[in-house]
Design a protein around this ligand. Structure first.
Ligand code: HEC
Length: 260
């Protein structure tokens, strides 16, 4: 009601004014609107790798160089692929069985011809990891499918152009290391593909805390992640875990590998 009344009042005012003044008023109004519009235009084009930390150039910040809006292949996507695809006998080596498709690095992934950069979501890679038919799905049963969180991350990486990018964290939280907050997510990202599902590698299913606790207690976990000579190096493919992750594992092991 109020709105309608105000609207008609305005038009009555305009109608009551001489024509020239009405035109001047309208021109002035347009200028104000245009000026307000201009004020909100950015003065510079946004930095391509920016957007993080509430402003331009999050990726240029020396303290926190990683942009939370970008997905980094080396730290976020590759560990998932190593754990789920580079399983022994699957895509750890190029063989006749896997059509020569080795998935252990950016270059082997791209050389395996399963991602068409012109149509990433029509590619075999994306279709296979999303297939609802277990006979066609990758990874094949009895391995578990990728989690929704992992699929979402890979989707964003593909949307951002499937780049071979990398950004190492500079800060390492060694003060608040817990099983639920630190170790379990780390294992889910880097170990669970091989050490989960129906036939876990080495007979070790780390989906359960007690199994991880037992290899922590007998020393095998610390030896494996530090690549102690004579022990199986873990993960067996790709780079060693980043220093920070090894430190977090060791802190947790030293405190008795609790279920906290
Ligand atoms: C690509 C597959 C793969 C990934 C990823 C992987 N593992 Fe393993 N893991 C294996 C295999 C295969 C064995 C059995 C090796 C053997 O007995 O020689 C094994 C064995 C182990 C063992 C037992 C070693 C021993 O001395 O018997 C530990 C501990 C272990 N893995 C920890 C990890 C941790 C922690 C991660 C994640 C950071 C991880 N693994 C990621 C394949 C994998």
């Amino acid at each position: 009601m109020t709105n309608i009344r105000m609207k008609s009042n305005t038009s009555m005012v305009l109608r009551g004014m001489p024509k020239r003044r009405t035109t001047t008023l309208l021109v002035a109004l347009c200028l104000v609107v245009a000026f307000i519009g201009c004020k909100h235009e950015p003065l510079f084009a946004p930095v391509v790798d920016g957007g993080g930390n509430g402003g331009n150039g999050g990726g240029d910040d020396p303290i926190n160089p990683c942009d939370p809006n970008l997905v980094y292949f080396e730290q976020q996507v590759l560990p998932i692929l190593i754990s789920n695809c580079a399983v022994p006998g699957c895509h750890n080596l190029p063989t006749d069985d896997n059509g020569g498709r080795q998935i252990t690095s950016y270059s082997t992934l791209m050389n395996s011809d399963i991602i068409d950069m012109n149509d990433p979501f029509g590619s075999d890679f994306w279709e296979d990891i999303n297939d609802s038919d277990p006979d066609d799905r990758m990874p094949r049963p009895p391995q578990n499918p990728l989690t929704q969180g992992q699929l979402d991350l890979i989707e964003r990486w593909l949307q951002q152009g499937a780049q071979n990018n990398s950004c190492a964290e500079t800060a390492c939280d060694t003060l608040n290391v817990t099983y639920s907050g630190t170790i379990a997510p780390l294992v889910a990202q880097r170990c669970a593909g091989c050490h989960g599902g129906g036939t876990p590698q080495g007979g070790l299913n780390f989906g359960s805390w007690s199994v991880l606790n037992s290899v922590a207690a007998d020393g095998r976990l610390a030896d494996a992640i530090q690549h102690v000579p004579g022990a199986p190096a873990m993960p067996p493919t790709g780079a060693m875990l980043p220093d920070c992750r090894i430190q977090q594992f060791l802190i947790w092991i030293d405190s008795g590998a609790p279920n906290n």
